[in-house]
Write a protein that binds this ligand. Structure first.
Ligand code: MN
Ligand code: MN
Length: 315
């Protein structure tokens, strides 16, 4: 019987070992940590089909395919930054308020220690406690919001104020968002009426529908984002349904006619130099995924978030 050779790279293979995001150490020790990856396996605020509670685990698993060097941005984020996998927030599947409180507490603690946080969702309701935690440190946030839906509904199912369709209205009401630096991108699909988009505009959002995005092209979209955000500390919230279901079928409320995966990569890379202080990627629902393509895309988009933070560190 032969012994496997040591240090030949087999331990770096994507199928080897226990899953953490990008093979980062799983720890809650925050000393010197630049970025903590945090999972929120929660889908209790979903209006249609659930399953995003399985998102963080699926994204972590596919993140093992990230080899480390971002050729488009010429940066190795795991080398430029100390990145850890903090693990998951303790969520309460049947209690949205308790879950939101747990997210706010846990993420505030990390941010106050001086680390940035990138969150793997979970449904989009979690953006509200995440913005609360960030606003405590940074004040009202500039927000780049990729989504098929404006998520600025007032209530769902009667009186429910906290669902994945309402977080940005609540965040604006709570003065967590600087609406002069708030931009929604990729909005599309049928709604119950014209008022749904009108509501978002009246709250102060700049909305780039998918039609406008395709008219503007990459350069135009990036110009609009830069004009809106400037050099303010900015938070990116990316609902995977902003991408076409042909590229990201594993999500709860798919809308046809969205960005391709390549277009989204280009947009994110175009944000190089913005003062990115945190972000989330939400609504990945593995039970509806095919061949893991949604989770693979999500892992790569998180890699772009990290690369943007690393570029800033390097320059
Ligand atoms: Mn959406
Ligand atoms: Mn959303």
């Amino acid at each position: 019987m032969t012994t496997p050779p040591k240090d030949t790279g087999f331990e770096a293979q994507p199928y080897y070992g226990i899953c953490t995001f990008g093979r980062r150490p799983h720890t809650r020790e925050l000393d010197g940590v630049d970025v903590a990856i945090v999972g929120v396996p929660y889908d209790g605020a979903t209006s249609y089909r659930s399953g995003t509670r399985f998102g963080p685990r699926a994204i972590r698993e596919q993140s093992l395919l990230l080899w480390g060097y971002n050729n488009a941005l010429s940066v190795a984020p795991f080398k430029a930054l100390k990145v850890i996998d903090y693990g998951d927030v303790d969520v309460v599947p049947v209690d949205v308020l308790a879950t939101h409180a747990a997210i706010e507490t846990e993420v505030s603690k990390i941010i106050q220690e001086g680390s940035k946080v990138i969150t793997l969702g979970g449904d989009h309701s979690i953006a509200l406690p995440l913005l609360r935690a960030h606003a405590r440190k940074y004040g009202r946030m500039a927000v780049i919001h990729f989504d098929a839906h404006p998520d600025t509904w007032d209530t769902e199912f009667g009186e429910q104020k906290y669902s994945h369709g309402t977080p940005f209205r609540r965040a604006i009401e709570e003065k967590l968002i600087d609406t002069s630096a708030y931009i929604q991108i990729g909005i599309r699909g049928p709604t119950s009426g014209a008022q749904d988009y009108q509501d978002a505009l009246e709250l102060g959002a700049r909305m780039i529908t998918i039609d406008e995005a395709m008219r503007l092209g990459l350069g135009g979209i990036l110009n609009e984002i830069r004009q809106r955000v400037g050099n303010k500390p900015v938070y990116i919230t990316l609902d995977i349904d902003s991408i076409d279901p042909a590229f990201a079928p594993g999500t709860g409320t798919p809308e046809v006619g969205g960005f391709s995966s390549y277009q989204m990569l280009q947009i994110l890379r175009g944000l190089k130099g913005l003062n990115l202080v945190g972000g989330d990627l939400v609504e990945v629902s593995p039970p509806f995924d095919h061949s893991n393509i949604t989770a693979i895309l999500a892992a790569n988009l998180i890699f772009e978030f990290l690369s943007l933070m690393a570029v800033n560190r390097a320059s």
